[in-house]
Design a protein around this ligand. Structure first.
Ligand code: PEP
Ligand code: MG
Length: 539
């Protein structure tokens, strides 16, 4: 038995076989060939295999997610059938005697450059598609695949997973996630909590030798047992039974009120990243959705999601929540959430850089598309729109000017939208918390993003595990900022919630109730646990 230790970031115990995701960079060397005809045949075979794969992907996505999202695979198929693309590869093989993989790599590079040089962001985004289809062909040619193709229930292991790799996982087959890198508040950790998948990050000694081995992960202890001995197996089995028993007890709280012994109420909502998270929200009886991280729609997509495809997502969420409040946060891309097709410049300090509202205000067309989709969907339920990373009054004014403009254009097109949409901001920068008395006059609600608020207040990168020993997540500075934000919100008669991970910390629940926090938005799996805590508190 091998025992690895790390940090549990999403609770639970899982038993299963490890699937190690070994990401190998496909470096294509410049190689000359002699038989051009045979080489072109190799290319043709791989190209056709790629087209067949895309066809299968299209059918699967259309079935499980929807025709709209599946469309991209049809576009990819068409790109691989493009004559110019094939002719370019052909002439490099024929004329320059280059290997098929090298000819594909060069063709991808030159086509992508052309797309990137165009002004239209939609055309620019095609550069990623060209690289993507070419990568698929190169992987088939070299036999080196970089796909996280899990075909049976497994514990996924990797050096690290990007947020987009995590969202692509088929959650029905994921028993747990274990990684060598990662930290408590990295988005991959947050996503695993949202999906209710047990996860341990920052594991030392995890490598590809674990692939295919039986393992148990115990997130409470932050421990992974590879090829566990019988004693460990029995102990873990007993622990699993205990935790299942606790879940059963918590189930009895479904339908009950979030009220303290002395009658103080609080809303307990759930955080989600996609429509697929809603069944867990319902199962755990959350009162609403307090944070829908809409950027995951962009992360799951190969190009800018259209107004129509976003509208369908927002409409589904609102309809499924049947009149309960749904807070949708506008695009918060940047920092660790990177998307190639945004073509953002490299930054020295991305967490302090061009992200979230800064990006949206700099690219109003992108912002308008999302705002139009949101307002169109507003007639389908109780919508609240929330803007991330605000630091000033001016940002709220500029944002609301775009909102007003979007509403005017919808009106002129006779497209209905609700007049009851709430507009709020995240308080996740010290600047916003400090001037929350001023900002409260401009919006309908606040939601405190303690993950970023902690990172910026304590000057502690949330992605960096090495500094975790120096970071007190209950630091008095952060607590005081939360307290004054709630006070300032109430002075202006608006509500204030917490949607950062600290909201799910049951050692803080009493304090938050005392401060008068109106709502806690937490991973679905924590809703009943917090309800239980609230119901046992006397203030
Ligand atoms: C936060 O910063 O606390 C928050 C909820 O936003 P995110 O974790 O997505 O940055
Ligand atoms: Mg944040």
């Amino acid at each position: 038995m091998k025992v690895l230790r790390g940090q549990g970031v999403s609770s639970g115990i899982a038993f299963g076989e490890i699937y190690y995701y070994n990401r190998t960079p496909n470096v294509v060397e410049k190689t000359r060939i002699t038989d051009a005809a045979a080489e072109y045949k190799r290319f043709e075979r791989s190209r056709n295999a790629a087209i067949r794969e895309l066809d299968a992907l299209h059918s699967k996505t259309a079935e499980t997610i929807g025709e709209l999202d599946a469309g991209i695979f049809k576009v990819h198929q068409m790109m691989l059938e493009d004559l110019d693309y094939c002719n370019s590869v052909h002439s490099m093989i024929e004329r320059d005697r280059l290997s098929a993989e090298y000819a594909v790599e060069l063709t991808a590079g030159s086509f992508a450059d052309v797309f990137e040089s165009l002004d239209d962001p939609i055309m620019q985004a095609r550069a990623i598609d060209i690289k993507d289809i070419s990568q698929r062909v190169i992987e088939i040619l070299t036999g080196k695949r970089n796909t996280l193709a899990v075909d049976r229930p497994s514990i996924i292991a990797a050096d690290d997973l990007t947020p987009s790799e995590t969202v692509m996982l088929n959650r029905e087959l994921i028993l747990g996630i274990i990684t060598s890198a990662g930290s408590m508040n990295s988005h991959t950790a947050i996503l695993s909590r949202t999906m209710g998948v047990p996860a341990i990050v920052s594991l030392s000694g995890l490598d590809k030798s674990a692939d295919g081995k039986k393992a148990i992960i115990d997130t409470d202890a932050g421990t992974v047992y590879i090829e566990p001995d019988e004693k460990t197996f029995e102990e873990m089995n007993a622990k699993l039974k205990c935790s299942e028993h606790r879940k059963m007890l918590l189930k009895e709280l479904v339908g009950k009120d979030n009220v303290t012994l002395d009658g103080k109420r609080i809303d307990i909502y759930a955080n989600i990243g996609s429509v697929g998270d809603i069944p867990l929200v319902k199962k755990n009886d959350a009162g609403g959705i307090g944070l829908f991280r809409s950027e995951f729609i962009y992360l799951e997509s190969d190009g800018y999601p259209s107004e129509e495809s976003q509208f369908q997502v927002y409409k589904t969420v609102l309809e499924q929540m049947q009149g309960r409040r749904v807070v949708i946060r506008t695009l918060d891309i940047g920092a660790d959430k990177k998307i190639d097709y945004f073509n953002l410049p490299e930054e020295e300090n991305p967490a302090l850089g061009f992200r979230a509202i800064r990006l949206c205000l700099s690219r109003p067309e992108l912002f308008r598309t999302q705002l139009r989709a949101l307002h169109r969907a507003s007639v389908c339920g109780r919508l609240a729109i929330m803007f991330p990373m605000i630091i000033s009054e001016k940002e709220i004014e500029d944002t609301m000017a775009i909102v007003e403009d979007v509403k005017l254009s919808l009106k002129s097109e006779n497209i209905p939208f609700s007049d009851n949409v709430e507009y709020g901001i995240m308080i996740e920068t010290p600047a916003a918390a400090i001037i929350s008395d001023i900002l409260a006059k401009k919006v309908d609600f606040f939601s405190i993003g303690t993950n970023d608020l902690t990172q910026y207040t304590l000057a502690a990168d949330r992605q960096n595990v090495n500094i975790e020993p120096f970071v007190d997540i209950h630091h008095e500075a952060v607590i005081r900022l939360i307290e004054s934000t709630v006070k300032n919100a109430h002075a202006e008669g608006i509500w204030c919630g917490i949607c950062g991970e600290l909201g799910a910390d049951t050692t803080m629940t009493k304090k938050f109730l005392e401060m008068g926090v109106d709502e806690l938005s937490v991973p679905s799996a924590m809703v009943l646990e917090i309800r239980n805590t609230v119901r046992n508190i006397k203030l």
